[in-house]
Design a protein around this ligand. Structure first.
Ligand code: BG6
Length: 317
């Protein structure tokens, strides 16, 4: 059989950095994604030209129990330091398992490149977060190269107690030059400024641009947000469901230098836009399940900007 005829391996189980278990998803046109079982963490998403679309720090640790810097960390059951747990909760530094028998959910049957992961309470975790849960994560690479993450979290408590949590898909987008990036879809919204004791402000102007550190939780955001990389003429479109908030974060130069697992100049090449549920935590009674979904696509700029605002697309050519 010639290489061209060789059948595509849509889902490959292998070893990644430091021998950690990794799953590679591939699609016909050549796009791919990589997922570490450690953290249930997407570390790579490439388009059909092999271009990396997610930022992963050159100094990222693949050394448990440290979280991996870049890609898509999962923040659960706590966003940031909004509670008694470690920053962003513990899901991003636990070993997830392959879920070989996930309960069915309506999904496009043309998707072949997907993996189901599961994280459950451990006796260790119950000491810091006294709840029993099942967290199922499906990661899908669509035939067109879109990357979809669906989280299903169920309360498995047997003591009749509900639990509450906050959540984020902490996506690190790769951008060419942060000073040439703008985010559309968050105009005129209220946000909590993490740099000002989470005081509430209202966003002014039209699109968000970047010239200094930013760390904000935008509230009641639309289901679609666009991140425009002018230099690369690429637009990321983030679609979300069940996730009303959106965090925008770039550490800029000073904070970058203070982070041991982040290069001094790397802030220029990344932007976090995080589909989240923070302001109003999710509460589940025993037996109840919550679902939160994000879908990422990368398209040529003019096309997508036009979708969001035709006038602006014409102006920017
Ligand atoms: C963002 C937070 O989501 O994550 C920031 O809004 C935080 O406040 C950043 O600094 C990175 O967090 P960590 O724990 O991965 O260093």
């Amino acid at each position: 059989m010639s290489t061209a005829q060789k059948e595509l391996v849509y889902v490959e189980h292998c070893k990644g950095v430091n021998g950690l278990d990794k799953v590679v998803l591939r699609e016909v046109r050549g796009c791919s994604a990589e997922v570490y079982l450690y953290g249930g963490h997407v570390t790579s998403w490439k388009n059909e030209h092999g271009e990396e679309l997610l930022f992963l720090s050159s100094k990222a640790n693949f050394n448990p129990p440290k979280a991996i810097r870049g890609g898509i960390p999962i923040c659960f059951p706590q966003f940031s330091n909004l509670g008694p747990l470690e920053s962003h909760g513990f899901a991003r530094n636990r070993f997830w398992s392959i879920d070989n028998d996930p309960p069915p959910f309506p999904i496009n049957s043309s998707n072949k490149a997907f993996i189901d992961l599961i994280l459950k309470h451990s006796e260790e975790d119950v000491k810091v977060w006294p709840h029993r849960y099942e967290y199922r994560l499906r990661i899908t690479l669509g035939p067109g190269g879109d990357l979809m993450l669906t989280s299903r979290i169920r309360n498995m408590n047997t003591d009749g107690k509900p639990f509450s949590f906050t959540f984020a898909y902490h996506t690190y987008f790769a951008v060419t030059d942060i000073s040439e990036v703008r985010v559309e879809g968050l105009e005129t919204l209220d946000y909590l400024d993490n740099l000002k004791n989470r005081e509430r402000f209202t966003e002014q102007g039209d699109a968000i641009t970047f010239e200094s550190e930013i760390d904000r939780i935008y509230l009641s955001t639309p289901t679609k947000i666009a991140i425009l990389d002018h230099e690369r003429k690429r637009t990321f479109v983030l679609r979300k469901d069940g996730l009303p908030d959106a965090v925008v974060w770039n550490p800029w130069d000073k904070k970058a230098k203070a982070m041991p697992d982040f290069g001094d100049d790397e802030y220029k090449h990344m932007l976090c836009v995080e589909a989240a549920c923070i302001e109003k935590p999710i509460t589940l009674k025993p037996g109840e399940e919550w679902k939160g979904r994000q879908e990422l696509s990368a398209v040529p700029s003019s096309y997508c900007s036009g979708q969001l605002d035709p006038k602006r697309a014409l102006q920017s050519g």
